[in-house]
Design a protein around this ligand. Structure first.
Ligand code: ADP
Length: 392
């Protein structure tokens, strides 16, 4: 079906076409200017009056270069040459001067005007004031530049502070390491001499004196254990870490076979299925497994034979090692704090310790890009787990 004819300006407007065009030009917000090929203004609409501050009577038959800031007049000849070749000048951004002397930035579109024979006789120029747009753009650019500078300064500051902090932590680590290390020698002599006193002068001391000496020996032993644990923690924090494939199954079997307290009749430690290989640092993994097994056989009710089951499972790209015991279990609130340095949930003499074991586990595991955790119910045993990157 043929479509109905589209209405044209002539058919819908009460105006005669040239009057309509003149009305459109007059009501335009943009400055619409006609000029001849010598650059003289031929027409000047209301938009031009508002934009440049000159009335039409002031500009008609005047050179358009009147609007040009001093020193930029020769750009007009380049524009005219382009027009004479019949080319349009589109979205050309230029500075122009208003009657009051202020400068504005305009976007110009200039097109050649031809007469009935097609000869180029002049040009129509449409100017849009883009000063505020440009100013906003400029402000944005300045703000962006300032932001980038600030970010750079901040980054530099963070880098500096991080370096300072790292140095301080390293110094503190070195300090605590050497302090702990140096404390061991006098402690050894306290313990050694106390033992000599107990052996050689025990009879002279009598039961009360011997009791005191025994206390000195025990306290020295506890302190020595604490220092050794702190040194282990410090070593795990400081040592360089290189991850290599580790045969976890063999490693765990070696740990168990070297320790009488992990074997019957003292305890029953079972490895369920061959353990999966992992990526880790051998010494760190041994330390973690040893500490978890120490706890698993330690935290049982008196008279109960510790029974521990070890197994692994694949989880995405990691291997999770489980150490499950039949021990006393852990309160829900305590489960979150267990891995903190010096945290001890059980301080009575039945469960001696220093509160460093699980902190070492966590530090070592984190340094091997792994994680650790626990699930437990009081009286129902605990299931500790550590995750390592899976061996590829
Ligand atoms: P320590 O064993 O020297 O006290 P750890 O850092 O190894 O220190 O453990 C911190 C605390 O976590 C322990 O004091 C204990 O309360 C709790 N804990 C650790 N392992 C177990 C376990 N297998 N069963 C019950 N409680 C545990």
């Amino acid at each position: 079906m043929p479509s109905p004819p589209l209405p044209t300006a002539a058919s819908t407007s009460p105006f005669e076409p040239s009057a309509l065009l003149a009305a459109i030009v007059e009501s335009s917000e943009d400055a619409i200017i006609g000029k001849n090929l010598s650059g003289m203004v031929m027409s000047w609409n209301t938009g031009a009056e508002r934009m440049f501050g000159y009335m039409a009577a002031e500009m008609i038959a005047q050179p358009i270069t009147r609007l040009f800031p001093p020193g930029t007049e020769d750009t007009e000849s380049a524009i005219l040459a382009q027009l004479q070749r019949g080319e349009r000048v589109q979205h050309y951004e230029a500075e122009r001067r208003r009657k009051d002397g202020t400068t504005i930035i305009v976007s110009l579109t200039i097109s050649p005007i031809r007469d009935a024979q097609g000869r180029i006789v002049g040009a129509s120029k449409i100017a849009r004031d883009i000063t505020s747009q440009k100013q906003a753009q400029l402000a944005l650019e300045t703000a962006r530049r300032e932001l980038a500078t600030h970010a750079k300064v901040l980054e530099e500051k963070v880098r500096e502070r991080t370096a300072q902090l790292e140095e301080m932590v390293a110094q503190l680590n070195a300090f605590s390491y050497s302090l702990s290390h140096d404390m061991r020698a006098p402690l050894r002599s306290i313990k050694g001499f106390a033992e000599i006193v107990a052996t050689d002068f025990g009879e002279k001391l009598g039961p009360q004196g011997m009791g005191h000496v025994r206390r000195i020996i025990n306290a020295a032993a506890r302190l020595d254990q604490l220092i050794r644990d702190v040194l282990s923690f410090s070593r795990v924090s400081r040592q360089d870490v290189t991850l290599v494939p580790v045969a976890l199954d063999q490693l765990v079997r070696d740990v168990i076979s070297e320790r009488a307290d992990l074997q019957p009749p003292k305890a029953v430690v079972t490895i369920a299925d061959p353990l999966l290989p992992i990526q880790g640092q051998g010494a760190f993994v041994t330390q973690c497994v040893t500490n978890l097994l120490d706890n698993a056989v330690k935290f049982v009710s008196p008279g109960v034979q510790p029974r521990v089951v070890i197994h692994t499972e694949h989880r995405d790209h990691v291997v999770r090692l489980w150490v499950e015991d039949n021990g006393i279990g852990i309160e829900p609130a305590a489960q979150k704090t267990l891995f903190r340095l010096f945290y001890r949930g059980h301080t009575d003499a039945t469960y001696p310790g220093t509160g460093v074991g699980l902190a070492i586990v966590r530090k070592a595991v984190e340094r091997m890009h792994g994680r650790c955790g626990v699930q437990s119910m009081v009286g129902q045993g605990s299931q500790f787990w550590i995750e390592f990157p899976a061996a590829s």
